[in-house]
Write a new protein. Sequence first.
Length: 333
Amino acid sequence: MSRVFSGIQPSGVPTLGNYLGAIRNWVPMQDTHECLFCVVDLHAITVWQDPKELARQTREMAAALIACGLDPNRCVLFLQSHVHAHARLAWIFNCVARIGWLNRMTQFKDKAGKDREAASAGLYVYPNLMAADILTYHASKVPVGDDQKQHLELANDIAQKFNHDYGVDFFPTIEPLIQGIAARVMSLRDGTKKMSKSDPSDQSRINLTDDHDAIALKIRRAKTDPEPLPESEAGLEGRPEARNLVGILAAISGETHAGVLRHHGGKGFGAFKEVLAEALVAHLDPIRREMARLLDDPAALDALLRLGAERADAIATPICDRAEELVGFLPRR
């Protein structure tokens, strides 16, 4: 059974977009792969984080992952900072990766913006830590979005250079795990922009902690156009908000866009939004309730994460120890 690794930043309560685009797709992997899922709090501090907020958001993300279906008994769920092999191997990879490789990383340019001189060194070498996250488990498959494919290619370059430099066949080749077409959920206020936790308007997104009233109000206020829903997918062309709402209902209900339009084509948005809101509430309310239950007992949640870290550490530390031995570091004992 191949080993899968994936991580997610603790950057606030996950949105419907995070859930449909990534988290939900991880759940069935627990039955087909050896899975390690990690809240990447080390990556989070590449930009400034308020310590109390970081601690709160880390627990929230862990609770959300469990509530969405990641079972600590069927996968290894842990916090990145609890397994020191990540940071140890990242330093080695900082010395293996070349400046020219990192200079080609487009995500650093996007995140650093115009004032790159003020960006943290951690943000610049972020891809080396990502490579360490994966390779300290000898994971061979990683589910990635389009924004991380370049980093995955860099991780393979690092693995190959390490193997070449030290004359070994130690780190495996990593393959992107293709899961079919993930639901791409757009902003409720602008159908041309991705739904995001960083959007200043909370009305632009559905949060997994939103209750019945909040979801209903956000869907009711979601931007639409004056035309009724089309009866075929071709009629969604040039109508990003209509396509987005149809896509959300399709993803939640397990239907195709065409199936949704067969049932609702020709109707106005008022009636359609009521159906969509009800479907969202029915699907998300159990997640919201389970998140609340987990967060009501932080000690129990922390205990689950510690157990996950122990299981992760049992895999990662021997691999990291061997990498340090190959480099020439003397063993501590």
